[in-house]
Design a protein around this ligand. Structure first.
Ligand code: GAP
Length: 449
């Protein structure tokens, strides 16, 4: 039976499809497991999310941006340890052929519906699994026409390595001094054994990563700084702090000295959305060893030469997108135009994240109201993603905007035609105020848009 929590996730997945946020990849061919496409509203919201992260990280003096290529020299993955260690031990169920990660087998059994059948549970009880085998999570491909070992390259499983390999290029071209950071947003690929829970664990996803290079003795101070900064970003974007918690890693990745996750309470339980890691000098030292090129930093003021430590903030854009969808989804009873009540589905998204910032609606499609509304919409479009809607009762049109999280609706009515005023309706309070049409832009600006 579906639990109320999973029921909520089903409703969110259904809304995401129906309103054009997220579709299954290659749906007309039955889909491709672990891959998703962002529709018209989804791509707006995802861009808003990435833009907000980019601004909060790089609009400061000590962080530079980079956009590295997805394919890198294969030695990168030898040096980083991914070829050897980025692997999960897995077993196959001999009877139903389902594949499980050994370390999370219990979790997979209850979390992934596809494998929830009695057969798999029976196999577990009867210990009907193959011996564990190691499965590397990196996708392989080939450069050039010959598909042999020397031509093998990998789709990057994290964006971080493109930052490490560019450390000196960026430091010297931007004349940054340690401490400073490098930020990047981009696709990452992992051949996950079991994909699950919508956008939570996918095979292709986007990361927003920042590597902050510090003097080794300053690592703890900067670790605490970035922990606080990153949690605050979620809260400033309207995330309820009660839905967020820290999780300290007991089992550390091969590169980390300390690691904390920011977890969000999804409808199916708590799940990691971002990791803050102290990667020490592991990556720079390894790249120095494997490339034979010095990646040391020379501190002009103290005349010291050292390999910086790295504090990493590693966020999943796709997973955080899903977290914001879940956090903002609400169903409530709301008054209708005829004085009754009905169910309202609303995404209480922060205006910064909302895909459409303002909808413009003529009350009726005549007496010049439609033309006036189109003019207002065209004017606002210079600065904002707007939506013009003239079909159906105005109450229904408001509900359609609530469901996709549009923070404001501007309505043109007969008074507009007389005195040039419009109503602005606030999504969350559903209250309307009347202002001059000329002041809509400054109203939106004051609201933080
Ligand atoms: N550079 C460090 C690193 O990649 P990670 O904990 O493996 O660390 C960081 O990944 C973030 O990337 C996670 O917190 C999560 O948000 C996102 N992420 C990782 N694997 C993912 C997957 N299969 N699907 C969607 N997002 C994923």
């Amino acid at each position: 039976m579906a639990s109320p929590q999973n029921n909520t996730l089903e409703k969110i997945v259904s809304l995401a499809k129906r309103r054009g946020f997220v579709f299954q990849s290659s749906e007309i061919y039955g889909g491709l497991n672990g891959c998703w496409d962002y529709g018209p509203l989804g791509v707006e919201m995802l861009n808003n999310l990435k833009q907000s992260w980019w601004k909060s990280m790089t609009f400061r003096e000590n962080i530079e941006g980079v956009d590295a290529s997805i394919l890198m020299h294969p030695k990168v993955w030898e040096a980083s340890g991914h070829l050897e260690k980025f692997a999960d031990p897995m077993v196959d169920c001999k009877e139903c052929k389902a594949r499980f990660r050994v370390d999370t087998i219990e979790d997979e059994m209850c979390g992934n519906k596809a494998y929830q059948g009695r057969k798999a549970i029976k196999c577990q009880q009867e210990n009907n699994f193959t011996e564990p085998r190691t499965f590397n999570l990196m996708f392989k491909t080939f450069v050039g026409p010959i598909e042999d070992t020397p031509a093998t390259v990998y789709l990057r499983p994290e964006t971080a390595q493109g930052i490490f390999t560019n450390f000196l290029n960026i430091q010297s071209s931007s004349r940054q001094k340690v401490p400073f950071g490098i930020a990047q947003i981009g696709k990452a690929f992992r051949n996950e054994i079991n994909t699950k829970n919508f956008l939570f664990r996918t095979r292709e996803f986007e990361q927003m990563e920042m590597q902050f290079f510090v003097k080794p003795s300053d690592d703890d101070k900067w670790f605490d700084y970035w922990k606080e900064e990153r949690l605050n970003w979620f809260v400033k974007l309207g995330m309820d702090p009660k839905k967020l918690q820290w999780h300290k890693h007991e089992k550390l990745a091969h590169y980390a000295k300390v690691a904390y996750d920011i977890e969000f309470e999804f409808p199916f339980g708590w799940g990691e959305i971002e990791g803050i890691h102290n990667r020490t000098d592991f990556d720079l030292s390894k790249h120095e060893e494997f490339s034979g090129k010095s990646l040391k930093y020379f501190d002009d003021s103290t005349k010291e030469k050292y390999t910086p430590f790295v504090i990493e903030t590693s966020a999943g854009a796709s997973r955080i997108f899903m977290a914001f969808l879940c956090a903002s989804y609400n169903e409530e009873l709301a008054p209708t135009a005829d004085g009754k009540e009905d169910k309202r589905v609303v995404l209480n998204l922060h205006p910064t994240l909302a895909p459409i910032k303002v909808a413009v609606l003529p009350l009726v499609n005549r007496d010049g109201m439609d033309e006036k509304a189109k003019n207002i919409s065209a004017g606002l479009q210079k600065n904002y993603k707007t939506f013009y809607d003239d079909s159906g009762a105005v109450g229904r049109r408001y509900r359609r905007q609530d469901e996709i999280g549009t923070p404001f609706c501007v309505t043109v009515d007969s008074d507009t035609m007389k005195d040039g005023t419009v109503t602005i309706r606030d999504r969350d309070t559903m209250k309307q105020i009347r202002i001059s049409a000329e002041k809509i832009g400054s109203y939106l600006f004051d609201a933080g848009l």
